[in-house]
Design a protein around this ligand. Structure first.
Ligand code: KIV
Ligand code: ZN
Length: 386
């Protein structure tokens, strides 16, 4: 089994979510929870971006002991200097230097030739390595970069001292098979006498961020980057909780695991949702409100007999107390009796049960969900109208 490291960028890429602006205190509380969750490195911010971004990285660097703290820098010396200053007190400092390598970014955004970009990589990764033991390099928009140029950019960064190579799918453009092949190609062709760790960094524009990240792991990646709840630019980054739980549930397939403390997942998700103001959709994988809810009679009957019939993840695994069997028009007698018993109505005769179940079905046809109060009213012989 390979161990996959997790880098969380909720405080940097996640904060690029439109409308999200964490206070320094909120960032510190999130960073502490990420450490508890077992994250191996936190991208705490972009120190050159603003005084508050700088202070947040500096404060987080002072606090974390187990988790490495990294800051983002463009291939610009003043950005690297800002990271160096902000991370002076970190127990485990790292730096993340990036520059775009795709034709559209080089031509229109950077207005640099490919040769100038290669020179900038060499100069700035070298400059960063003189100040940090651990340097990560990202060729931004890697998945729209021509493969031989991507290899050249990555080899240049490795030769200049980078030990982590991140391959960003900046605009969520790639597909699982293509991304898998990109990782295989780079890992097979890079030359170095040091260990080089590759990581996926996926955005979810086409809804493939989790699948792409897992494909990169299959292709040899040793670290993954993403955010809690998938917050981030546009459609967001990959949701790290999905990757962590998928690895756990399918570890035999991926032949990999992680040090994520899975039963801290729900608490981590809730904290980030509260501070970001971005609520988690009910049907979101792993941590959505309905992730452990079963409504149809056939499913409820199966789950009551053995939860494994319809649950591949136990609620306890991710720190959720219990599953639920919400009552609706598709629910069956088994779940209805279970609910009655849970509410303390154990001594109902068969005949009364028959009649109650019939009334329940009539009510359920009119409501999205039949509540505990509705059931109590049914038993008491009254009906709540809504
Ligand atoms: O998506 C992206 O390309 C990024 C880089 C800065 C790594 O966030
Ligand atoms: Zn990104």
């Amino acid at each position: 089994m390979r161990n996959i490291e997790f880098l969380d960028t909720s405080l940097r890429d996640g904060e690029q979510t439109p409308g999200v602006n964490f206070s320094i205190n909120e960032k510190i509380m999130i960073a502490k929870q990420l450490e508890k969750w077992g994250i191996s490195a936190i991208e705490a911010g972009f120190p050159a971006a603003s005084p508050d971004s700088f202070t947040a990285v500096q404060e987080i660097a002072k606090i974390l002991t187990k988790t490495a703290v990294t800051g983002l820098a463009r291939a610009v010396k003043s950005d690297i200097d800002a990271c160096y200053e902000a991370l002076k007190d970190a127990k485990k400092p790292q730096i993340h230097v990036f520059i775009a390598t795709s034709p559209v970014h080089m031509k229109y955004k950077l207005q640099k030739t490919p040769d100038e970009v290669i020179a900038a990589i060499k100069e700035h990764v070298t400059y960063a390595r003189e100040r940090f033991d651990i340097v990560e390099f990202s060729p931004e928009d890697a998945t729209r970069t021509e493969k031989s140029f991507l290899l050249k950019a990555v080899q240049t960064a490795v030769d200049a001292g980078a030990s982590y190579i991140n391959i960003p799918d900046t605009v969520g453009f790639t597909t699982p098979t293509e991304y898998y092949e990109t990782f295989k190609f780079l890992i097979e062709n890079i030359t170095s006498d040091r260990e080089i760790i590759f990581s996926p960094h996926c955005h979810d524009d086409l809804g493939m961020a989790t699948a792409n990240t897992l494909a990169a792991i299959k292709g040899g990646a040793g670290r993954v980057e993403g955010t809690v709840n998938g917050i981030g630019e546009r459609a967001g980054n990959v949701a790290l909780e999905e990757v962590a739980v998928a690895l756990e549930i399918r570890k035999d397939y991926y032949q990999a695991n992680s040090e994520i403390v899975l039963n801290e997942t729900f608490a981590t998700s809730e904290l980030v949702s509260r501070f970001s103001g971005i609520s988690v959709p009910k049907n979101k994988a792993v941590i959505g409100g309905n992730a452990f809810a079963h409504e149809s009679g056939i499913h409820q009957d199966g789950v009551l007999k053995n939860p494994e019939t319809y649950e591949i993840i136990t609620p306890e695994l991710v720190g959720v107390k219990t599953n639920s069997l919400p009552l609706g028009k598709l629910s069956g007698r088994h779940a209805f009796v279970d609910k009655l018993s849970g509410l303390g109505f154990d001594d109902i005769t068969n005949e009364a049960l028959q009649a109650l179940f019939a009334k329940f079905k009539v009510l359920a046809d009119k409501k999205h969900e039949v509540t505990d109060a509705d059931i109590r009213a049914l038993v008491a012989g009254t009906t709540i109208e809504n």
